[in-house]
Design a protein around this ligand. Structure first.
Ligand code: KPL
Length: 310
């Protein structure tokens, strides 16, 4: 069984360790400029557990994206787990597609929604699944990650042939608190709500996630969620408003000390995932001839602070 992970960021490396613990160590496909590149096949990857006293080491086969167009192993990949940022998915997967066999199944796992719609026209019959995770991971070095939060993971079918039962079982066995759901879109929308509130507000106000529990943010949070609910309804996604608001608040409390990924992206002047979070809401709303002024304003404010799309 050949599983590969495209993107050796914090979540990619965490899942690689979890798969290795379940005896299905994946290949890692990484960018050539990363210190994790294929030139170094000897330095182990380290997983630091939450209590910071326990460490695990695994050796993964690393293929740099600079070499992978010639890599003979690519046609053997049966499951490609893509843990890149949302905006990196289409260019990176498109470059790989000519080398993948028709039996390869792709699983996208990132914040936000929308990359699957851009990728689908190119898939030529390959199976596609989508997932969401609230596991926390922090990259401490090129080959070191810390598992910062247990969290839950959900996966589900999107299009084309379904993932084989064998691979599905391996994935669920490897990733703690994970499940395969009949309908993945409602789960993605719930995570979208969390990110649509926490990510831009923490980035714009330069605060950690927990700060958003202060009363002064509540009107803005309610407005973001109310617009999200309107689009979800038009998209036939049924979400319970009270449950959504309490989930968002629960994440703020559980991750109170953390700085959101968008906060960090803005701080380090990196491109953010806003186009696939609040931007996705605005786009879907426009398709229904609906305007979302609050979410649109957040998109504009974040885009003024971070590098624009290429
Ligand atoms: O997913 C996250 C992110 O930072 O992108 C949350 C859940 C908001 C945790 O920080």
């Amino acid at each position: 069984m050949t599983i590969a992970i495209l993107g050796a960021g914090a979540i990619g490396q965490l899942i690689a360790h979890q798969l290795a613990n379940a005896n299905v160590a994946p290949l890692l496909l990484v960018k050539p400029d990363q210190a994790t590149s294929s030139n170094d096949q000897t330095t182990p990857f380290v997983l630091e557990q939450q209590d910071q006293h326990q460490h695990q080491q695994h050796q993964f086969e690393v293929i740099s994206t600079g070499d992978y167009l010639t890599a003979t192993i690519l046609p053997d990949i049966e499951l490609l787990i893509v843990t890149l940022k949302a905006y990196q998915v289409v260019p990176a997967v498109s470059a790989l597609l000519p080398k993948l066999s028709s039996k390869c199944h792709i699983l996208l796992l990132h914040n936000g929604i929308g990359s699957h719609l851009e990728l689908q026209p190119q898939l030529d019959g390959l199976g596609l699944s989508l997932g969401t995770t609230s596991q926390g991971a922090l990259k401490l070095g090129p080959r070191t990650v810390r598992h910062t939060g247990e969290g839950m993971s959900q996966f589900g079918h999107c299009s084309g042939p379904e993932l084989s039962a064998e691979l599905r079982e391996s994935l669920l066995r490897a990733i703690p608190n994970s499940s395969w759901v009949e309908q993945i879109m409602p789960a993605l929308w719930q995570k979208l709500a969390v990110n649509a509130v926490i990510n831009p507000l923490t980035a714009l106000n330069n605060v950690p996630n927990g700060a958003l529990t202060a009363a002064r943010y509540q009107p803005q949070i309610d407005a973001i969620l109310s617009e999200l609910q309107q689009v979800a309804w038009l998209e036939h996604i049924r979400l319970d408003a009270d449950k959504l608001a309490s989930t968002v608040r629960q994440v703020m409390v559980l991750t109170a000390e953390n700085f959101s990924s968008m906060h960090q992206d803005v701080l380090h002047k990196r491109r953010t995932e806003i186009d696939y979070i609040n931007g996705y809401l605005v786009k879907r709303a426009a398709a229904h001839k609906l305007a979302l002024p609050i979410n649109q304003q957040l998109v504009s404010q974040i885009n003024r602070l971070s590098p624009a799309a290429a």
